[in-house]
Write a protein that binds this ligand. Sequence first.
Ligand SMILES: Nc1ncnc2c1ncn2[C@@H]1O[C@H](COP(=O)(O)OP(=O)(O)O)[C@@H](O)[C@H]1O
Ligand SMILES: [Mg+2]
Length: 225
Amino acid sequence: MAVVGESGSGKSTLAKSLIKLIDIDDGVIQFNGENINQIGAKALKATRKNIQMVFQDPYASLNPRMRIHNILEEPLLIHAIGTSSTRKDKIRAMIVKVGLSPEDLTKYPHEFSGGQRQRIGIARALILNPELIICDEPVSALDVSVQAQIIQLLKSLQKELGLTYLFITHDLRIVRHIADTVFVMKQGKLIEEGKTDIIFKNPKSAYTKELLASIPGNNKKKGNK
Ligand SMILES: Nc1ncnc2c1ncn2[C@@H]1O[C@H](COP(=O)(O)OP(=O)(O)O)[C@@H](O)[C@H]1O
Ligand SMILES: [Mg+2]
């Protein structure tokens, strides 16, 4: 499921609300039928384990002082999962799954490229076997050629692990590749939603039409020479 909208339309605010990084003034957030605004601390911790986030900036979101092994072990320690040895196995398997190698686990974040760092961010999000991954502009900070590789990785992981993504982007070109359903946001409000192909073929709001027209190579209307 994709959330699209211009910069400042409230996409990140929505994402942060969903994982309770910020409190909402009004409304209800349900996950698997449970209202996460009302559940107790213990149930909230369990729910949080099931909802993980991949951030926009792979440079800022990894602790520069921690080796990759420790970055990936941290969520497992917070949730008291496994023993040192089973955690090690899990971490080795995960780093390979995202296209890096076990030798990378002793390195620090600055030793990796942007795309590799985002692979590490994805590994950290997946290590707790979550059901939902919220990706907030996960490729916006990367070169276009690297963007395609990361999108491919996200797609193959989705297939393999049966994940659900809430994929936030201002780039509609990506939406067509990754989303079944699209939500369009404008000025903090949801203004349109629907199946991706239907929204692309037949956008209802003027705003969505504008967003679609702003896709490079998409603005040649019939009748334009
Ligand atoms: N529903 C909302 N209620 C109050 N403030 C909002 C709401 N949605 C967005 N904002 C504010 O608008 C600004 C931009 O929102 P943000 O979520 O960062 O947009 P985006 O991620 O789409 O660029 C932020 O300062 C945020 O606090
Ligand atoms: Mg944002």
